[in-house]
Design a protein around this ligand. Structure first.
Ligand SMILES: [Fe+2]
Length: 284
């Protein structure tokens, strides 16, 4: 009798693997084997958000987003393919949802009481930025940086290395950045067209004074990241290091697509959706 039950169980597991279904808990275990929660910075919010009963539900389709956007706002985005949360069994976010944690917890609790309304949410944030092969490496790779060290060894954030194709003039590097990150604008500090070779990168929020100082002290000719502020720009100007602010969003997109690939390799149907930057630039 036990042998029969075991055989049925095995057949069912093989069937699930063939059609790309697994329990939510199984998927999260597989994700955490590849992207450990323990890598995350202290005080960062990472991991599963939702009620435990959802962990036992089957999962087939996964949506990967940089930021949480309520369905009503998603509906207003002009895209060929409208994203509907209830078409998915799990939403993976890169950024922890700001001020919306309670709302998401409520929505995910509702899923068991009503028909499917909102899939559970799982956040992969600084653990993905820090992981070898994660967001910072994806950014370095797309920019042609041959990584030789971590920018901040204490946290594991950032990468630094030489350009794969050797030294280039700053103007040419900027052109490559615009092209490779699909940008039509970026901000710079210290724009003299000198040769650069040592490049530091951080995906997302990297242009703060502490990391700018670190990049300078480690011999970077140029430091590229996002979220430049006035103090950071002043510091870089005085230190003489060139900065490129290629935006938080654009510096994290290569990693977001890489994250989608990694999860689809686990065997599920994964869609990565670019929710774009949450503002517009106005000109006179
Ligand atoms: Fe970020």
């Amino acid at each position: 009798m036990d042998i029969l039950n075991d055989t049925r169980k095995d057949i069912f597991i093989i069937y699930e693997l063939m059609v790309g279904i697994m329990k939510t808990s199984q998927l999260l275990k597989k994700i955490e084997d590849k992207i450990p929660l323990e890598l995350a910075l202290d005080n960062d919010t990472v991991g599963f958000m939702g009620s435990e009963e959802i962990l036992d539900k089957d999962i087939k389709k996964v949506l990967v987003l940089m930021d949480y956007i309520p369905q009503e706002q998603l509906n207003k985005l002009k895209n060929e393919n409208l994203i509907k949360y209830d078409d998915f069994d799990l939403v993976i976010l890169h950024h922890p949802p700001l001020f919306l944690e309670n709302q998401i917890n409520k929505l995910t609790r509702d899923i068991s009481a009503k028909n499917s309304y909102h899939p559970p949410v799982y956040v992969i944030h600084s653990n993905w930025d820090i992981l070898k092969g994660g967001a910072c490496d994806a950014l370095a790779d797309i920019l042609g940086v041959n990584i030789n060290q971590v920018l901040d060894p204490q946290t594991g954030i950032g990468r630094i290395g030489k350009l794969k194709n050797g030294s280039v003039y700053l103007d040419d590097f900027v052109e490559d950045v615009l092209h490779n990150l699909s940008l039509n604008q970026l901000r710079m500090v210290n724009t003299e067209n000198t040769l650069i070779n040592n490049v530091a990168v951080v995906s997302g929020f990297g242009l703060n004074p502490s990391l700018i100082k670190m990049a300078h002290d480690k011999g970077a000719d140029l430091y590229l990241s996002g979220d430049l502020t006035h103090p950071g720009a002043m510091l870089a100007k005085n230190l003489g290091i060139s900065l490129i602010d290629a935006s938080h969003h654009a510096t994290e997109l290569p990693g977001l697509y890489r994250l989608g690939e990694l999860i689809s390799q686990i065997g599920l149907d994964v869609q990565v959706f670019d929710s774009k930057i949450p503002w517009k630039t106005c000109y006179l």
